[in-house]
Design a protein around this ligand. Structure first.
Ligand SMILES: C[S@@+](CC[C@H](N)C(=O)[O-])C[C@H]1O[C@@H](n2cnc3c(N)ncnc32)[C@H](O)[C@@H]1O
Length: 209
């Protein structure tokens, strides 16, 4: 069989995803139920997280998705490379769409989308999670936020400026604004984990829980 040259490798590499995948996995192990279920990943990007987490959490069936169809070949390649069977074909899913092409799920995971997309994605994520989570379901998010009670770390301030230069509709979000959207959707923040590099993992429970 012909070997692929590096330029033919469809796997996109995010250095940040490589750095944060292990700390995130440790939190996922704590918050996701041991019996497993269906987990929808929103804004999966390269697919590095999907492949790593699904391999480590075999009781869970992973449903990676992203609004950008161009990332999907990379997701497929990372999953194929991991040689795992508990990942479904990646879906094109825009969180701001009124309907998502999925049914009920036991968990939703979303990393690093809110600051790299317009603010409307926050409402889309919260409202969609409220619609699609099973009664025992959890929404788990990861990313950096602006905190009202703490000065923003210099690294996050320069990240914010960089994001806004790339797209004026992007930028770090105030945690208080994100929580207000969650509250409006009926989701309750149940756990908050401080993560390396001034990131947070947030766990929200379904309104019916
Ligand atoms: C910074 S990347 C994060 C990728 C990955 N979750 C990670 O942490 O490495 C942001 C992702 O959000 C996706 N995205 C942006 N707007 C979206 C939307 N409206 N619905 C779903 N995904 C969206 C982008 O296509 C991109 O893949």
């Amino acid at each position: 069989m012909r070997r692929m040259t590096p330029t033919e490798d469809p796997r996109a590499h995010s250095p940040a995803a490589e750095r944060n995948k292990q700390p995130i996995l440790e939190v996922l192990r704590q918050v996701l139920r041991a019996e497993g279920g269906d987990l929808l990943e929103i804004a999966c990007g390269s697919g590095q997280h999907a492949a790593h987490f699904a391999a480590a959490l075999p009781a869970w069936t992973w449903w990676p998705s992203d609004a950008n169809p161009q990332v999907l070949p990379s997701v497929r390649a990372w999953v194929a490379d991991a040689g795992i069977a508990n990942v479904r074909a990646p879906l094109q899913l825009d969180v701001t769409a009124a309907q998502w092409p999925v049914g009920q799920v036991d968990a939703i995971y979303c990393a690093n989308m809110l600051h790299a997309s317009p603010w409307a994605t926050c409402r889309g994520l919260m409202q969609g999670a409220a619609r699609h989570l099973a009664p025992h379901g959890l929404l788990i998010t990861y990313g950096p936020y602006l905190l009202d009670d703490l000065p923003t770390a210099p690294s996050n301030l320069s990240f914010d400026a960089d994001l806004r230069e790339r797209n004026p509709a992007w930028g770090l979000r105030r945690l208080a604004d994100v929580l207000a959207e969650a509250h409006q959707a009926g989701l309750a923040l149940t756990q908050r984990f401080a993560m390396p590099a001034n990131n947070l993992m947030l766990v929200f429970a379904h309104p019916a829980a």
